[in-house]
Design a binder for this molecule. Structure first.
Ligand code: SME
Length: 158
């Protein structure tokens, strides 16, 4: 496993995903530990995209519990159906929220967060958590993020 990532931020978003995804694949190669892999993926995405917050919530009973992340401290527990994360879990859908203030029930862990994307994380067919990314900019996420973050969640296979 390479320990240093090659981070190029002078290219468009799609090219950045195309640069970081093979590196994430290499990072995960040969390691099956869930926490280790989630932690490294959060760190790699933070390094590449400098997002405000990126991390995982993991399903425990009827709640999501905070997992590995990069960014400011965050809420630790989210009930099914609550907030963007709980809604993504309940609806089994990728949710792109251009303005968090307009999302009913959005959970504001940090007031600086303005837009968000949340994707379910699967083991087989079962949802075992979510990947949550927050930006301090409005309308920061789009179909390109959804497409490539879906690939990343698939590679994770945790
Ligand atoms: N905003 C999320 C809560 C998690 S934090 O953003 C890290 C939500 O509404 O589910």
């Amino acid at each position: 496993m390479a320990e240093d990532l090659i981070i190029n931020t002078d290219i468009d978003k799609e090219a950045q995903y195309k640069s970081i995804i093979p590196q994430i694949t290499a990072l995960l190669e040969g390691e099956r530990d869930q926490i280790a892999n989630l932690a490294n993926v959060a760190a790699a995405l933070k390094e590449q995209f400098k997002w405000f917050w990126v991390g995982f919530y993991l399903v425990k009973g009827d709640e999501l519990v905070l997992g590995p992340f990069q960014g400011p401290v965050a809420c630790t527990r989210i009930k099914k159906g609550k907030g963007v994360c709980g809604a993504s879990w309940q609806q089994n859908e990728v949710l792109v929220v251009p303005d968090v203030d307009l999302f009913p029930g959005h959970i504001a862990c940090a007031s600086a967060s303005r837009s968000e994307i949340v994707l379910p994380l699967y083991r087989g067919e079962e949802i075992i958590g979510v990947l949550d990314v927050d930006s301090q900019y409005l309308s920061h996420f789009d179909d390109i993020d959804a497409k490539y973050l879906k690939e990343i969640v698939k590679i994770l296979n945790v």
